[in-house]
Design a protein around this ligand. Sequence first.
Ligand code: GTP
Length: 535
Amino acid sequence: MVFNWFRRQFDTSGATSKSAEAESPSEEGQAEPQPSESEQSQATTATQAASADDYLQWAKAAYQNLQTQQKQQSEVQDATQQPDDELDSQAIPSASEDILTSVEEAEVEAVAEPATLIEPEIEAGETEEVEEASEVDEVEEASEVEEVEETPVTSAPLPIWAQSQAERQARIERLKETAQEEPSPVTTATAPVQAEQSAMTFDEMFIWSAEVLANQGRRPEDVTLEEITWLQKLWRGLGRTRRSLLNQLKAIVGQGPLNQEAVDEIESLLLQADVGVEATDSIVATLQNKIRQEVLPPEQAIAYLKQILRELLERPYQNGYSPGFAPSKEALNIWLITGVNGAGKTTTIGKLSHIAKKSDYNCLIAAADTFRAAAVEQVKIWGERSGVEIIANPGKNTDPAAVVFDAIEAARARNAELLLVDTAGRLQNKKNLMEELSKIRRVIAKKAPDAIVESLLVLDATLGQNGLRQAEVFAEAAQLSGVVLTKLDGTAKGGIALAIVQQLGLPIRFIGVGESIEDLRPFSSYEFIEALLSG
Ligand SMILES: Nc1nc2c(ncn2[C@@H]2O[C@H](COP(=O)(O)OP(=O)(O)OP(=O)(O)O)[C@@H](O)[C@H]2O)c(=O)[nH]1
């Protein structure tokens, strides 16, 4: 059973797992866990009535399923292990034992301490943010006490930051009673496994990730540990933007019902986060409209703001762009990847090929950014990492279109489903860029007329508004299908995602929150906004 990361669902229908009973708190009995972006929004609205208790049940069920999956995997691995390996593992404490111990310790910690969403380490010079972070703790601690055990919560769930100490403690107590089973051994100590292992701790981060998935209509039995790991990466990756945005936002709306003064403050906050004038104007106008109609208490104000931001990010889907962005299994898909030098184009190609491989696509990479030999070498390194073949032409200053020609032949010969083409990186000049890209498109039209061609622009989020100006040149030249936004982990200006959508009218298709191969995934407006404004 393969999890298709592009579609965010298992490809084999009917092969769902088994142990947990709980449905999504909002979507009982939903047949297929396959929400599109717009369906995700609807699911989100539908969950308003779900209680914190429902989410806890859901999270527990997901956790138990993941434990069962891990056990099954380790049993399969044990069964296939060679006798020699067994002898070795008796003589030397194995990596799996180390991990097992660390899981046990982590779980004991999770039970012993009241769990909170721990912000990523704060850099020197960000003292203001540190102060704000501690204010948040105070807000959390001063929150009203609720007896969750005795009085099930029936109103809309509060965000984690607004939940009371007692409620969080109650969650952990329940975990102690019911969610903790024997942790299952894991057999190899690779980095991804370790990252997953840290995600496999039943703490507030796990519960938050589960809640995000539940709100998108997912079932506990269809959740993968990789998704939980990704959500936690996303949350950490957006930490700098969140710290600069969320804490101040909470301070503004925490003063009482949303009023004009608060809306003005929100306006300057959004501008600081590089949301851009146009998108900010649009958001503020919607907020103003709302406060003219009704009084919005703090939690509802944040929830409403989240909704506005999400709708803005999804606007391109109303303007002809499809919400899903997955290669078809029925045709050759050719994705042209463009972007200026240093934006993270090569890294993105490597990460995309990794997702494709994981999701069971037969993938190839064409090294058609031929201007610099080192670029070809770099792509080759990424190809080795992801186990995807590279088609390159070793000659100097090769014509990129010639590489694409060869790559299409190779793709046909190998029945490839996805061909990732590393294209024009350093053509700042619109005319050259257009010429190169249209030559490549001509070759594709001739050699692979049935291919589904998409074009993605890789943009470096740390460049903020400057990146946007570059993007305008590409948008005019390259018939773009969307944007890959990289390096969101390296900036407090993650609001640029909203500016891109507003100003270019393009959807964000993938986001990168780190340098490793697992650090890029398809974009979900729901997950992005939750990671940006929860904590
Ligand atoms: N922190 C972080 N770094 C990233 C991310 N994506 C790429 N990078 C880093 O950005 C740098 C540039 O990435 P490349 O993939 O080489 O960029 P490029 O656009 O191909 O640029 P050239 O190779 O110079 O053409 C590398 O050090 C990457 O590791 C990301 O999402 N987060």
